[in-house]
Write a protein that binds this ligand. Sequence first.
Ligand SMILES: CC(=O)N[C@H]1[C@@H](OP(=O)(O)OP(=O)(O)OC[C@H]2O[C@@H](n3ccc(=O)[nH]c3=O)[C@H](O)[C@@H]2O)O[C@H](CO)[C@@H](O)[C@@H]1O
Ligand SMILES: C=C(OP(=O)(O)O)C(=O)O
Length: 433
Amino acid sequence: MDKIIVRGGNTLHGTVKVEGAKNAVLPILAASLLASEGKSTLLDVPALSDVDTINEVLRHLNAEVSYSVNDNKVEVDAQGNLEAEAPFEYVRKMRASVQVMGPLLARNGHARVALPGGCAIGSRPIDLHLKGFEAMGAAVTVGNGFIEARVNGRLIGAKIYLDFPSVGATENIMAAATLAKGTTILENCAREPEIVDMANYMNKMGAKIKGAGTDTIRIEGVEALHGAVHNIIPDRIEAGTFMIAAAITNGNVLIENAVPEHLASITAKLEEMGVSVVEENEGLRVIGQPILKSVDIKTMPHPGFPTDMQSQMMALMLKAQGTGVITETVFENRFMHVEEFRRMNANIKIEGRSVIINGPNDLQGAEVAATDLRAGAALILAGLVSEGYTQVTELKHLDRGYVNFHQKLVSLGANVERVNDEVKVREEEAVRV
Ligand SMILES: CC(=O)N[C@H]1[C@@H](OP(=O)(O)OP(=O)(O)OC[C@H]2O[C@@H](n3ccc(=O)[nH]c3=O)[C@H](O)[C@@H]2O)O[C@H](CO)[C@@H](O)[C@@H]1O
Ligand SMILES: C=C(OP(=O)(O)O)C(=O)O
């Protein structure tokens, strides 16, 4: 098992390049199943374990997938007959596997996907996805740990109002509606940049989607879709994480490829804390300040402050002066990292869906575990400004969402190392022999 060891105290300087967005590439790869003619070529695909997982799901469903990691390119050929079932071994590894349901149902009239179950950040039901499929004429049943959806012939366009602007439900329903008979109007839908990217890809495939990025999306169903070439948008959460890395170390870092409009809520909070964020041609430059002001933050669907930046922002708030409150409104249980921060000497209190942080904190290095992928990044960020050594374990979470995270930090001047405990033990044994 790998762990990351951070020695705190270095200021970060230089340039770091953001990869393609995990949360765009996963639903887009799932949507490539919609193409009954021609291949799709996806570019700027990040080399993440989640991409390996979704590729395995697509292969299991009988699509041909070739992944050229060095070129950040995936080609998908889904022209053959598709299987209907995504088993638990994949869904357990990665919830986004449920995003194949809409495409399969639309293309095959049948999808059987393992129920996702619980997750480190909350229970995460998919009732809104299923209500959407039902509104379009599918019969949905749940049993033996699987959800099954079937429709005789094509789905039928419908008017669907989401009770909450769920990202996954918006994507799954939008994909299903591309091949439905008639028009689907999806109201109170999610407005994340990744939804717009997915809609752009499906429009290149021949879909007729309008309004992605607003709270109402209109999808006119077509008879068939074809493969398309598409570049994945830059990852705003990876960009935001490096913005915090610059701010927390009082550094000066250019985050290349960051899209300023995607990062407005994060930029606004950093500026409120006293950090400078400057737009440059290549991306965003973040310049830290020795003294940071505490702020209050509430996570919200886009364009609000993203829940996927909550734990990294918490790391930064630990170093700010005064009292700040972070309220999590998107997920019911996304504070698992608080206990880990406490192990690093942080003064934080959980009150219901909020945490209260009194700062600045003199953080101390400790052995801590990544409880989810963003928590993993947040603990490493805290380690950058802690006294002594911080060891972060459970890196399988981090690898789901960050490409070469520690190497990128090292290139900016951080003292970070990734070690494999098992290899070390084996080497020691070899020496003994
Ligand atoms: C692969 C991917 O893109 N993941 C992102 C996606 O997850 P995901 O698509 O799972 O997130 P959702 O927007 O669907 O979930 C938001 C909230 O709605 C609830 N809900 C959702 C669907 C449903 O049918 N019923 C229901 O109650 C969830 O439990 C959660 O409390 O958006 C989240 C919110 O921005 C991000 O944190 C994740 O990184
Ligand atoms: C929660 C996240 O992802 P997922 O929905 O894939 O678990 C995330 O990217 O922070």
